[in-house]
Design a protein around this ligand. Structure first.
Ligand code: ATP
Ligand code: MG
Length: 295
């Protein structure tokens, strides 16, 4: 910055000295300063200012890209750490159960079965985690090859209602599906399924016993506007800004007990963005998601 100011000053002084002899008489008194001197002064000042601004903008750009690169690096490191941490737990459990079954003398048939069931459930958790990671990867790096076609959202949500009805019953919860029967959009069926499935699974897992969930929608020319709400325990305000981040959970131990890894809402948000939509969350007396999907 200082260098630029000095450069402008020096340029002006040099130009001024070069032309001073030629126009010495006219410089005095001041009000006789010729037009070309004023013009010259303005040009040099403008040029100088431009130079200062240009250098300043370039320096800011460089700083911003340096900071962005550092942030991306940090996020990538955190993501890798998170993934390996989440993989470690089920893998360690599977190894532990398998070793116990193989190397423990006189293990009863009942215990053997119990360990086999736990191994299966950990392996299922591992599979779900890998599927989530691969889905996010596909959205990040191969969004353009995701096939899109006509998706009947009403039918798809009706399927989810059926698939989760037992879980709703077990928790004494109710699901009110108020969607019109004819919601059809152009999109990727698997991703749209993931949006509604993750929100439904979350409601079942976190809203609490005896709560209810309501899904409704309205349309405008270009988009369907969905409202997905439960009247459960809600999410404390301070967590809302980070809730769509990968691996972000409010109560890690509780969420992990429910089999959660904190990828569900990240998938929801990314899938919505890939359908030209937006999503917002509110949490007043329960949790409400408002999102759009392009027709
Ligand atoms: P995953 O979906 O990857 O299995 P998860 O459910 O923990 O794991 P998200 O779906 O991203 O991850 O949800 C993040 C956190 O938000 C959850 O851990 C939970 O604490 C909170 N949450 C999500 N939905 C609700 C809800 N309907 N009511 C209360 N809390 C919720
Ligand atoms: Mg979830």
């Amino acid at each position: 910055m200082f260098g630029s100011v000095m450069a402008v000053f020096v340029i002006y002084v040099v130009v001024f000295i070069l032309f001073e002899d030629y126009d010495r008489k006219r410089l005095e008194p001041f009000d006789e300063v010729s037009d070309w001197h004023l013009l010259l002064f303005s040009i040099v000042m403008m040029g100088g200012l431009g130079l200062i601004l240009y250098r300043y903008a370039r320096r800011m750009d460089e700083r911003i890209s340096r900071e962005q690169a550092a942030k991306e690096n940090r996020l990538r490191r955190e993501l890798t750490q998170n993934i390996s941490h989440e993989l470690k737990t089920p893998v360690a459990s599977i190894l532990g159960y398998a070793e116990t079954v193989l190397h423990t003398e006189g293990i009863s048939e009942q215990q053997r079965r119990q360990f086999a069931e736990r191994t299966l459930s950990q392996a299922q958790r591992l599979t779900a985690l890998l599927q989530d990671i691969s889905m996010l990867n596909r959205m990040d790096y191969a969004a353009d090859i995701l096939t899109k076609g006509r998706v009947n959202v009403s039918a798809l949500v009706a399927d989810i209602v059926e698939e989760t009805s037992l879980a709703f019953q077990e928790r004494h919860m109710k699901l009110y599906n108020q969607l019109p029967k004819d919601i059809v959009v152009r999109g990727n069926e698997q991703l749209i399924y993931s949006i509604f499935r993750n929100l439904t699974d979350n409601a079942v897992a976190y809203a609490g016993e005896g709560t209810m969930v309501e899904i409704s929608a309205t349309e405008d020319k270009t988009h369907w506007h969905f409202h997905f709400a439960d009247n459960g325990q809600g999410i404390p305000e301070e967590h809302l800004p980070r809730i769509f981040e990968r691996f972000y959970r409010i109560d890690k131990s509780r969420s992990r007990q429910m089999g959660g890894t904190g990828l569900g809402l990240a998938i929801v948000k990314n899938a919505i963005l890939l359908h030209d939509g937006t999503i917002t969350i509110h949490s007043e007396k329960g949790t409400q998601f408002d999102f759009t999907i392009a027709k």
